[in-house]
Design a protein around this ligand. Sequence first.
Ligand SMILES: Cc1cc2nc3c(=O)[nH]c(=O)nc-3n(C[C@H](O)[C@H](O)[C@H](O)COP(=O)(O)OP(=O)(O)OC[C@H]3O[C@@H](n4cnc5c(N)ncnc54)[C@H](O)[C@@H]3O)c2cc1C
Length: 492
Amino acid sequence: MVSPWQTSITSVTARQSGAQKVYDCLVVGAGITGLTAALTLQQAGKNVVIAEAQQAGFGTTGGTSAHINTFADTTYAEAESAFGEDGAQLFAQAIREGYDLIVAWQKDCDFEVKPGYLYAETDEEVKLLDEIYQGAAKAGVAVAYADKVPTPVPFKKALLWPGQAQFHPLKYLQNLQKNFLAGGGLILENTRIESAESKDGLHMANGIQARAVIYATHTPPNINLFNFECAPYRSYVLAVKLKNGKYPDALIYDSQEPYHYVRTHVIGGEELLLVGGLDHKTGHEDAEKAFAGLEKYVRAYYNVSSVKYRWSSQYYVPVDGLPYIGQMPLAAKGIYCATGYNGNGMMLGTVAGKILADLILGKANRYEKLFSPSRIKPIDSFSEFVKENADVAYHFIADRINVHETDSLKRLQPGTGKLVEVDGKKVAAYRDDTGEIHALSPVCTHAACIINWNGAEKTWDCPCHGARYDINGKVLTGPATRDLTIIDTHEN
Ligand SMILES: Cc1cc2nc3c(=O)[nH]c(=O)nc-3n(C[C@H](O)[C@H](O)[C@H](O)COP(=O)(O)OP(=O)(O)OC[C@H]3O[C@@H](n4cnc5c(N)ncnc54)[C@H](O)[C@@H]3O)c2cc1C
């Protein structure tokens, strides 16, 4: 399911092959992180090549809701309790730096500054809101209590975040791409990097040689430490048309768990209300139910005439609340990564591009230590860490011992997918609209968990680490790099 950002742009010309010399840096992934890093390095005089598995903007940058905020999902109060007052302040400054870099680089991308409102509907939420206010004020972030919020939802208390912003993420990305190509950069599309071999300070992947590698892949490929430190979540968005034209001129968020947000965007000349949220761990809940829940919510409060778009995408929740940006742990020196942005990758992906460029250029960067992927986790995060991994362990074992209903291929309806049993073996089967069966091994090629069917996206999603595959088993989202095995079912 593609987002309206992805349908409303024409792609910039990129190349399928042609890397020849030794590059200063190979950037893997052309989302906001990769393009920001690549352009920053290029502007500092470095030769950079980007390898992208699909096309620029294919990943979460193409499925984001594109809010540009001065606050984050990990509240400054939470950051303070895990990383101290200085850590929370530095986190706030990093978010702000990402915001400011977007402001400096944005051009022809529907960029608009708007007020942001966060409101509480229950006493418990009010308590949280007060903590958020105090944490933000202490971290030096502009925030105030608000009496009025442009929302039809009754609320008890609200915060105003002045000077928030929004944009069309792929128009923004295209501008970075154009500048990078105009500066002599090379973007290789349809080029998936499985791994890099390192020798004598040089890294080699897919015939490309580089002195440094950045995995700007949202989550680094293959088995790595982040499989245990970041949990994949899916998040849902609808873009709806209103009958009365009363579109709010603000970014508005509630405090429910899972939460909802609304904002307005003109897409293809049409004013639309974006409503999003209802996030859950990838592969754990029914996507159709989430879309239905969002639609029910927006229809309860707004005069909706039609749902124009619906899409979902994936993000990664870091176990201790802050992103991991820097030298990749347990990898050769000069291999970098950036992951664990939560729902704040516009600012964090942008600042990550700058941090990684600084590290490669040998410049000091004040966020290096705070975001170091090798940092020792604070004690606070331990219970969360255990919870995420207990969940992975559960899927690894339970999915193998018959937790899924078995079924015969014959009962599989067109347009649906299911784990079925064929000749005593579990098979991931999808029947297309012509009746043809696409049967795959259900074992994720990343860490051998059992995949689940995602009916809304028509994909196979791994509940452990978030790898996703299309109906023919092709990798859509890492950390997997190898396709699922195709199975001949001999249906007759
Ligand atoms: C629904 C939703 C709404 C969101 N809303 C917001 C928001 O309002 N504000 C905000 O700040 N953040 C938001 N986020 C988070 C934000 O969108 C992401 O954090 C951000 O887009 C991540 O950017 P990225 O460049 O790191 O990764 P991506 O955009 O995912 O780019 C990674 C690229 O790497 C490529 N790739 C992967 N593996 C390989 C490989 N092995 N070889 C080659 N290429 C590879 C992929 O194809 C992809 O194009 C939202 C997330 C979701 C899911």
